[in-house]
Design a protein around this ligand. Structure first.
Ligand SMILES: NC(=O)C1=CN([C@@H]2O[C@H](COP(=O)(O)OP(=O)(O)OC[C@H]3O[C@@H](n4cnc5c(N)ncnc54)[C@H](OP(=O)(O)O)[C@@H]3O)[C@@H](O)[C@H]2O)C=CC1
Ligand SMILES: N[C@@H](CC=O)C(=O)O
Length: 433
């Protein structure tokens, strides 16, 4: 087999992990030896690095790699949006296949990128972009292709799962734990992307496009992060038999008269019964439950972030590309490439049905639980349980868990509860599964 020369843009957590795999002597498939790193682009040539690199290998100009005719594949592990998008598109237009771990770019510009790759008869592979080390993109494109996907629900951000696990198990401080996640290389360059839910929304958008076949308008995905979750919420959830996790969900709805498939997609902190398999997913691990017909239910589980696992996904993509190019010469493998085959639209938030948890801080008035119950009843919000968990001299904390109810009805009830004299504040709202 001919050598495959790659140019790597970025030598941080993921880029250095790729280098380690490709320079390791462990017993692995012989095709790995066919991959040769031709050049690496970084931002700061003078930065002190853990791995000593031949200076001739480094450049601070990513376009040198793209314009080098001897380089076959560009590996974009730099992050960011605008420059990364340019690097990916330019590379494809110059006939180079691209491997990327960049969910922010694929979620926003996937359509243009997939189309450019198809036009130029090259590939764009992005296994590492969703759930780090867990194979999920290629299974959706290939191994699961014969199924009709019904629903995907899971934990798809490692940083937030790491933080929530530590808050649950060790009562760890939110800010300190976020710093730890950053130092371990789990978090995004701007960790707001993790803790406010942007990253999980990018990932569920990508998964939905692959699973359901239509372009998703990323800006229409309703998402919330974990920055408002505190130890009190975690303690109450625990008392009631739940774990709190940042969940992402994407579910098939009806096909409308314009032949467009409705999808219910959201990201938000959620209560998960301790008996549910997703509640056992701890630390930086991710897991995705996929319900499909005729397959049934499967759960994909493993490390969702970090240098080694993410780099392993990137390197497997490089191997797949190399093998496909060798095998097919100039023809493109239709399952390794991707294109949309239908229209999809996202159901508006007020139309979806959800189970909810609400923590309400109120004056310790004897009739308040009854009043809250009446408001929910009047708005057709059926309650599974309503309990007073904590009462001091001047306030009580009430937790309400609803059955699956219409979001619009629930939001209306919340407004009415907030306007009760006895209610001081609605402290938090979470979804439940
Ligand atoms: N970390 C993880 O666990 C995962 C990350 N990803 C994705 O992988 C990508 C990379 O993440 P990660 O490795 O953590 O990021 P890092 O911040 O650790 O590394 C980024 C690298 O890109 C280089 N870089 C930044 N700007 C430029 C530029 N203008 N020109 C050339 N090089 C540049 C930096 O150079 P320098 O070293 O000089 O600063 C650095 O080497 C992101 O898209 C991220 O979302 C996906 C899954 C998991
Ligand atoms: N910041 C991301 C990295 C992997 O995608 C995460 O924490 O999941």
């Amino acid at each position: 087999m001919r050598k495959c020369k790659i140019g790597i843009v970025g030598f941080g957590t993921v880029g250095s992990g790729i280098y380690k795999i490709l320079s390791s002597e462990v017993d692995s498939h012989p095709i790995l030896k066919e991959i040769e790193i031709a050049k690496i682009a970084v931002k700061d040539l003078n930065k002190k690095r853990d791995i000593e690199l031949d200076n001739n290998l480094l450049t601070d100009d990513p376009f040198k790699l793209i314009n080098d005719p001897s380089i076959d594949v560009i590996v974009e592990v730099m992050g960011g949006v605008d420059l990364a998008k340019d690097i990916i598109l330019q590379s494809l237009k110059l006939g180079k296949s691209v491997v990327t771990a960049n969910k922010a770019v694929i979620a926003r510009y996937g359509e243009e990128i997939y189309k450019t790759a198809s036009k130029e008869r090259v590939y764009i592979l992005s296994e590492a972009a969703v759930c780090g080390g867990i194979p999920i993109i290629e299974p959706l494109k290939r191994s699961l292709k014969s199924n009709c996907i019904k629903r995907m629900v899971g934990i798809i951000n490692g940083t937030t799962n790491f933080i929530l696990s530590k808050m649950t198990n060790e009562k760890a401080d939110y800010k300190e734990t976020l710093k730890l996640a950053q130092s371990l290389g789990y978090a995004e360059f701007d960790p707001t992307a993790d803790v406010e839910g942007h990253d999980a929304a990018d990932k569920i958008s990508i998964l939905s496009e692959l699973a359901f076949g239509g372009k998703i308008k990323r800006e229409e995905i309703h998402f919330e992060g974990i920055s408002k979750i505190n130890l009190k919420d975690i303690e109450y959830a625990n008392k009631l038999g739940f774990e709190i996790k940042l969940l992402a969900l994407s579910e098939r709805g009806q096909i409308n008269s314009n032949d467009s498939l409705a999808l219910n997609i959201w990201v938000g902190p959620s209560l998960i019964p301790k008996s549910h398999p997703l509640s056992t997913v701890k630390g930086v691990n991710n897991a995705l439950l996929i319900e499909a017909d005729p397959l049934g239910e499967i759960m994909l589980y493993g490390p969702g972030a970090g240098s080694g696992p993410t780099a392993a996904s990137v390197v497997s993509d490089i191997l797949n590309l190399h093998a496909a190019k060798e095998k097919n010469n100039n023809s493109v493998d239709p399952l390794l490439s991707f294109d949309f085959w239908r229209n999809c639209h996202i159901t508006s938030s007020s139309q979806i049905n959800k189970k909810n948890y609400l923590r309400i801080i109120c004056l310790d008035s004897p009739g308040v639980i009854g009043k809250i119950g009446d408001i929910f009843g009047k708005n057709n919000v059926s309650i599974e349980s309503i309990v007073q968990l904590d009462a001091s001299e001047d306030k009580a904390e009430i937790v309400v868990i609803t059955h699956e109810v219409n979001n619009g009805d629930f939001e209306r009830s919340k407004d009415e509860i907030n306007s009760l004299n006895e209610v001081k504040i609605i402290a938090s709202q979470l979804s439940c599964i």
